[in-house]
Design a protein around this ligand. Structure first.
Ligand SMILES: [Zn+2]
Ligand SMILES: [Zn+2]
Length: 140
């Protein structure tokens, strides 16, 4: 997926070059729609809260946050459609700039009733051990 990060950074105006990325903010987490098919039991599901952590200096994904299968509890890496991945990387870069220029603000997203979020199945929620669910800590 490194080529997508490269492409999005190069398409910035002006392009965001790795050597110009501020060390302090090089790591950014972002989220978007993802889906999984369980490697163990073939169960499939989707989520609006699929998380990635990218290193903008290295232009790579450093962490793919996993979700456990509801049926068999096996942790699975989420898949992300290419268009959604572009959107997620753009969001990470927007957040990066907002942190630098001080316009950064915290945002909260409440999961809808049709798409509830089970903390016990989400690695980003530390499988239910986190004090707050991941959707309370969305950063722009
Ligand atoms: Zn399963
Ligand atoms: Zn979560």
């Amino acid at each position: 997926m490194a080529y997508i990060i490269r492409e999005v950074m190069d398409n910035e105006d002006p392009p965001l070059r790795p050597k110009d990325v501020e060390w302090k903010y090089r790591m950014q987490s972002t989220y978007g729609p993802g889906y999984a098919r369980c490697t163990n039991c073939n169960n499939s599901w989707g989520t609006q809260l699929c998380w990635l952590t990218v290193n903008l200096k290295q232009r790579r994904v450093v962490k793919w946050w996993e979700q456990k299968c509801k049926k068999c509890q096996t942790p699975n890496r989420m898949r992300i459609r290419k268009d959604d991945l572009y959107m997620m990387i753009e969001m990470a870069i927007d957040k990066y700039y907002a942190l630098i220029d001080g316009t950064f603000r915290k945002r909260r997203l409440r999961p809808t009733e049709s798409d509830p979020h089970d903390m016990k199945l989400c690695e980003r929620c530390r499988y239910g051990e986190a004090e707050q669910p991941c959707w309370m800590n969305l950063w722009y």
